[in-house]
Structures are given as C-alpha cells and as structure tokens.
Design a protein around this ligand. Structure first.
Ligand code: SF4
Length: 191
C-alpha cells in the first residue's frame, strides 16, 4: 500500500530532525516545504537555508524551497501590530503551507514549529486546525517538543548551524539588546 504523504512546513534545519523521525516512524512519506519570510537579516536567512540543505541531504529529504527573501512582505503584514506579530507570522507561513499541500494533492500537512519549546505551541495548533478546516487538508498534530533534547543532540552531532534567536528583526533585538529587555520588563511591571 502506498504511504500517505504529508507536507511538512519547515522553519529551519535543526527543528526538522526530530519531527522528520516521528513522521517517518508513523509511516508517512514526508515532503519538506521551506517558507519563512520572517527570517532576517538576509545573511541569516541564507545561513538557515543552507543548514536545511545540509539536513535534507543527510536525511534524503525532498524539500521545496521558497528562496525569496521576505523582509518586505513580512513587515507589511506586521506593521502596527508588532506586539501581536507572532500570530500573523504563524498564519502567514502555515497558510502558504496548507495551500501548497492542496496544490500538490497532499492529504495532510504539519509543521516543525510544533517542535520548538520557544514558540506559542497552542496558538500554532489552533491556527493550523482552523486552516485545516478551511482548506480541507488534514492537520497532523504532534507535540514534537517531547523530542527537544534528542533533536538538539542530533543537530550538534551533524554540526548543523543552530540559530540564537527566533527569526524576525524584532526577535533579534529581544535576544541581544539587554537595555531594551530591561526597559520592557519595567513597563510590564507598571501595567
Ligand atoms: S518572534 Fe518568531 S514567531 Fe514571532 S514574529 Fe518573530 S519570527 Fe515570527
């Protein structure tokens, strides 16, 4: 019997390792899909793309790459709602993934975003469930966070580049600008 095909939206190379293992163990034929206009600046985008190419080669994973750098479209979608940008960011990426799954005739889709301990897991799940309903493509939900250590360990072993911040220019500031972090903390305490 032919395997069921699943389109796996991929955010980056290291986050692919564990979900890929689970999906293959479950008997799926996995097709990767890289679409991430949220990764900035340009050189970081290229670096993450290369890291995924490395993973794809070592795991024999077919991947469709959207290689266009999406800074402008990302900013247009999130401007004036920077504090709620993650919701827009998840929707932007997952909607494109479900559309791609439908276009290719895949019955199911999922995302490596469900692997990260640092993402809003429940929100991602809800957005994907809603898209599944709207587009008529099954959403394969797994809590890939269970394999966090295992995936990170494998990424280290394969010497895959592991990024230090989520992706967008805002998250880069949040990661490195200590003064800004302090100021934000104070502002939240006042509220
Ligand atoms: S912090 Fe991460 S999930 Fe949120 S908008 Fe930035 S890149 Fe997207």
């Amino acid at each position: 019997m032919p395997k069921e095909k699943v389109l796996l939206h991929i955010c980056c190379g290291p986050c692919t390792l564990y979900p890929l293992k689970v999906l293959r163990r479950e008997g799926f034929e996995v097709q990767g899909y890289f679409y991430n206009p949220n990764i900035h600046p340009y050189q970081e985008f290229r670096r993450r793309l290369r890291a995924l190419e490395q993973v794809a080669e070592s795991k024999d994973l077919p991947v469709i790459y959207e290689k266009e750098y999406g800074l402008r479209s990302f900013l247009k979608s999130t401007v004036f709602r920077e504090d709620r940008r993650c919701e827009t960011c998840y929707l932007m990426r997952l909607e494109k993934a479900v559309q791609k799954a439908k276009e290719l005739g895949f019955g199911a889709f999922t995302t490596t975003l469900l692997y990260s301990r640092y993402q809003a897991h429940q929100l991602i799940k809800e957005i994907a469930e809603d898209l599944s309903f709207r587009y008529g493509v099954t959403f394969c939900y797994y809590d890939f966070r269970k394999g966090w250590e295992e995936g990170q360990e494998e990424a280290r072993r394969l010497e895959i580049y592991r990024q230090a911040y989520c992706g967008c220019i805002f998250s880069e500031q949040e990661r490195y600008d200590k003064k800004w972090r302090k100021r934000m903390k104070k502002e939240r305490e006042v509220l």
